[in-house]
Design a protein around this ligand. Structure first.
Ligand code: CA
Ligand code: CA
Length: 450
């Protein structure tokens, strides 16, 4: 057993030595530790290893060692190997995140290109910390080349560090550094290329800001601040950032902020042609009370019209367990940019325990009440008669495929509403006025959200 393992290791070592054409005194064990990906990634990894070996040959013996692949924690690119056409030639380049196997060594970025079907390392640069948070791409200066925007977790620093690299010379060059709580890349000034929006919350001072950074064409390496605006000062953490079209020519960023004292706000940040605006922020109060809700209900495009809405919670008469049930009557609002006014666009009961909403009409408000049974995951709607719970007219039930509870439902008058991979939804309804429900109407108003 032991001998076989040893022979196996020797065979692997031999294979590696042949492949790399070299057998210097490297720590093979560590070098071989990273998982071997298939296909293209394997070719890229081989090219990276070739680079690492050639570098290590130049160094003194006690710095030799293996390498570890590193994975960004958040964002759209969570692989150690990120393929992206950075120079717009129609062929993907690769960025690999790795570090040398020593404790606390900084993550490095290796840029690789494919020439005549062969991957080759062309540039290598040390990053800002041992812990990469995310990586994004955008053309921030209109030269047709993507810049690489990286976010780093840094010890003993409340916020994160943004490091921007360009590849103007063909190699990775650091262009810009800044601290951030959240950043967004997008065409926010209608210039035809991307801008960088940096959000920062200073929890000690209760100051939150958004700064828009833009580079003019031909200005080369200058990233200039176009505008700065204050946001709700009590935001502890940002989430759900989304770029949305406000008009044919203007885009804005919607982002949620969790307040340190609990609850959530949604900020809209946009460039109006002259200034950066955050119309929901109240300067006198240093708060955004317009969009505040006590529960952490995120903003989203609730009605599928391409615009982002945020929820405001309304009380339901006779129903008190909304916090424990995680079920709320919500009114969803959007921003009318021309009128510079908030508009109500949607109304629903949202069930965050079972992950769905049920659209309600505004004229139903105060005509119904709710109860939720946690055991059977049954949400029931009742009429309200002079403030008292009346007749039930609708039940929505989630039946998880890992749980019991489906048997007998159809005999009890339930109808199947949705059949998803992990969960089925059933409904029972009456045609009680003014709700006038039938299967088609219940189905139209119901939507699964997770
Ligand atoms: Ca560029
Ligand atoms: Ca919408």
């Amino acid at each position: 057993m032991k001998l076989r393992a040893l022979l196996g290791a020797a065979a692997v070592f031999l294979g590696f030595a042949l492949m790399s054409g070299c057998s210097v005194g490297i720590d093979v064990e560590t070098l071989l530790r990273p998982p071997r990906p298939a296909g293209e990634q394997q070719q890229i990894q081989k090219a990276l290893e070739k680079y690492i070996l050639s570098e290590q040959k130049k160094q003194v013996a006690d710095t030799l060692g293996g390498y570890i692949l590193k994975y960004p924690r958040f964002g759209d690119h969570r692989s150690a190997f990120v393929l992206q056409d950075l120079n717009g030639d129609g062929v993907d380049e690769a960025i690999v995140f790795y570090s040398f196997g020593k404790e606390n060594s900084n993550v490095r970025l290796n840029l690789l290109k494919k020439n005549d079907g062969m991957w080759e390392s062309v540039s290598d640069i040390e990053g800002a910390s041992p812990d990469i948070d995310r990586v994004e791409f955008g053309d921030l200066n209109g030269d047709g080349l993507y810049e690489i925007i990286t976010g780093w977790n840094v010890d003993n620093v409340n916020n994160r560090l943004l490091v921007l690299y360009n590849i103007r010379t063909g190699a990775l060059n650091e262009w810009y550094r800044d601290v951030y709580s959240e950043f967004i890349i997008g065409g926010l000034t209608n210039s035809g290329w991307d801008d960088l929006l940096i959000l920062l919350s200073d929890k000690a001072e209760n100051i939150s800001t958004a700064r828009l950074l833009h580079s003019d064409k031909g200005s080369g390496e200058v990233l200039r601040e176009s505008g700065e605006v204050r946001l709700d000062g009590y935001i502890q953490q940002f989430s759900s950032a989304a770029v949305a079209e406000l008009t044919d020519t203007a885009k804005g960023v919607f982002v949620d902020g969790v307040r340190s004292s609990g609850g959530m706000v949604t900020e809209l940040i946009y460039w109006d042609g002259s200034f950066l605006r955050a119309p929901f922020y109240d300067r006198l109060k240093n708060r955004n009370d317009l969009t505040f809700r006590e529960a952490a209900l995120p903003s989203m495009d609730i009605n599928g019209d391409g615009q982002i809405e945020w929820p405001i919670i309304k009380a339901v008469l006779g129903y008190k367990d909304y916090e424990t049930d995680r079920i709320w009557l919500t009114k969803w609002y959007g921003w009318d940019i021309k009128a510079e006014k908030v508009k109500e666009v949607f109304s629903c009961i949202i069930n965050m325990t079972d992950g769905y909403y049920f659209e309600t009409d505004n004229d139903w408000d105060s005509l119904f009440t709710l109860s939720y049974d946690r055991q059977t995951r049954a949400l029931t709607f009742y009429t309200l008669d002079n403030g008292k719970t009346g007749e039930k007219f609708l039940t929505l039930r989630a039946v998880y495929k890992t749980e019991e509870g489906e048997s007998g439902l159809e005999q009890a008058g339930f109808r199947l509403l949705e059949d998803l991979s992990e969960v089925k939804f059933y409904t029972w309804f009456s045609d009680k006025k003014p709700f006038n429900l039938n299967l088609e109407r219940v189905s139209y108003r119901f939507a699964y959200i997770r």
